[in-house]
Design a protein around this ligand. Structure first.
Ligand code: F6R
Ligand code: MG
Ligand code: MG
Length: 372
């Protein structure tokens, strides 16, 4: 059976009024490019949206992961959108396009990528998560809850297809190495690592019994590419659901409450994650709070299941009063943290600030320190 690939490639190429939202002219450029690519047969389906100031290109095709043609399509789209952003003097125009010449894969060039090549099941519901003002490890906590915590996912107890557990691939960003760990057997060790989301990031999840791929995340570190702070990585994540995997409702259950992620103002603060519908996918107070959108669709015959006019059928999953509590908590936690100003733990610890002015402050003061 032929395989289907879902690619979500994103980039901050400029925003309206600071870093808060991708304006319509840039979304239109995304739409135009992907429509042409669909006509040309490069991709089968697409959906263009934004998470705050990040332009998100969701593409379904047959070309596999890391395909140069698909990556070039995204790269060219971002280039043209960045040009428009420059013309309009949008803020941070082209900010994530860190390299000039395309070299076959957008990874390591600025844009974020989550891809998944799958053999379609008889029905394959897929969820897309896209965050803004958050960082790479932001999905550690919910992915653990979804695939390893029986207090979140009833299927881990009830569904015989899940009782064998799940395998997690964890990247060690600092040492550039990775490890696969299996739950429930290695649950404590897994938490020991992924509880430090800035260093250890869950990149893939498989069902243990048959290695069925269930989730992938983007794991770029812009600061490591650029060698200095150039914005947070605003991660994306793909999750398959149902029929022997966590149900859509179990995938969404961790977001009943807000939780803290690294990012927010100047990428230097802990902030409460706020799940929002697309209409509220924009960052405001203190450049946040960090926001997350969740879209749901069906992968169907190499495409996104669409209506009779070919319009993809997309569910805006957080556009729901069921997430009002999390939104309320996010605002309340935001207020508590902001009262602390630049004092930890509101501000990130010094190590996470190495690419910001803190090192410059220390450099400036170094000759004035005297031994005690
Ligand atoms: C966070 C982010 C913003 C900016 C902040 C300052 O990822 O992009 O919070 O860091 O608005 O931006 P500049 O320095 O461009 O004025
Ligand atoms: Mg920006
Ligand atoms: Mg962003």
């Amino acid at each position: 059976m032929s395989k289907t690939t879902v690619s979500l490639i994103k980039c901050d190429i400029g925003s309206l009024a600071g870093h808060h939202v991708v304006p319509k002219p840039l979304l239109d450029i995304g739409e135009k490019h992907l429509k042409e690519a669909q006509k040309g047969g490069i991709i089968n389906s697409y959906y263009v949206f934004h998470a705050g100031d990040d332009l998100e290109l969701l593409m379904v095709h047959k070309e596999g992961e890391d395909n140069p043609e698909i990556h070039k399509l995204a790269w060219d789209t971002f280039q043209e959108a960045a040009k428009k952003a420059v013309q309009l003097k949008l803020y941070g125009a082209g900010q994530d396009l860190l390299k000039t010449a395309f070299s076959g894969n957008v990874k390591g060039m600025g844009p974020g990528v989550a891809e998944m090549e799958i053999e379609e099941r008889s029905s394959d519901p897929l969820l897309v998560f896209a965050g803004d003002k958050a960082s790479g490890g932001a999905f550690n906590y919910p992915l653990f809850r979804i695939f390893a915590d029986p207090f979140n996912t009833a299927g881990l107890i009830i569904d015989p297809n899940m009782v064998g557990g799940f395998k997690f691939e964890v990247l060690d960003i600092k040492e550039n190495q990775k490890i696969v760990m299996k739950c429930p057997e290695e649950m404590y060790e897994l938490i020991a690592l992924i509880g430090s989301p800035e260093r250890y990031t869950i990149s893939r999840v498989w069902r243990a019994k048959d290695s069925l791929l269930c989730a992938t995340t983007s794991t770029t570190r812009l600061s490591l590419i650029a060698g200095k702070y150039v914005g947070k990585d605003d991660p994306v994540c793909l999750v398959r659901a149902q029929h022997g995997l966590p149900a859509v409702g179990e995938v969404l259950a961790p977001f009943l409450h807000s939780y803290f992620v690294e990012g927010w103002m100047r990428g230097s603060h802990w902030g409460p994650l706020m799940p929002v519908g697309l209409k509220n996918s924009r960052c405001t107070v203190f450049d946040g709070p960090p926001r997350l959108v969740a879209l749901g669709f069906q992968v169907s015959h190499g495409m996104i299941a669409s209506d009779d006019d070919g319009k993809p059928l997309i569910g805006d999953l957080f556009d729901d009063p069921a997430f009002d509590l999390a939104r309320r908590e996010a605002v309340e936690h935001a207020a508590v943290l902001r009262r602390m100003g630049e004092f930890e733990p509101a501000r990130l610890p010094a190590e996470a600030m190495e690419y910001t002015t803190l090192s410059k402050v220390l450099e400036k003061l170094k000759d004035r320190f005297v031994k005690v």
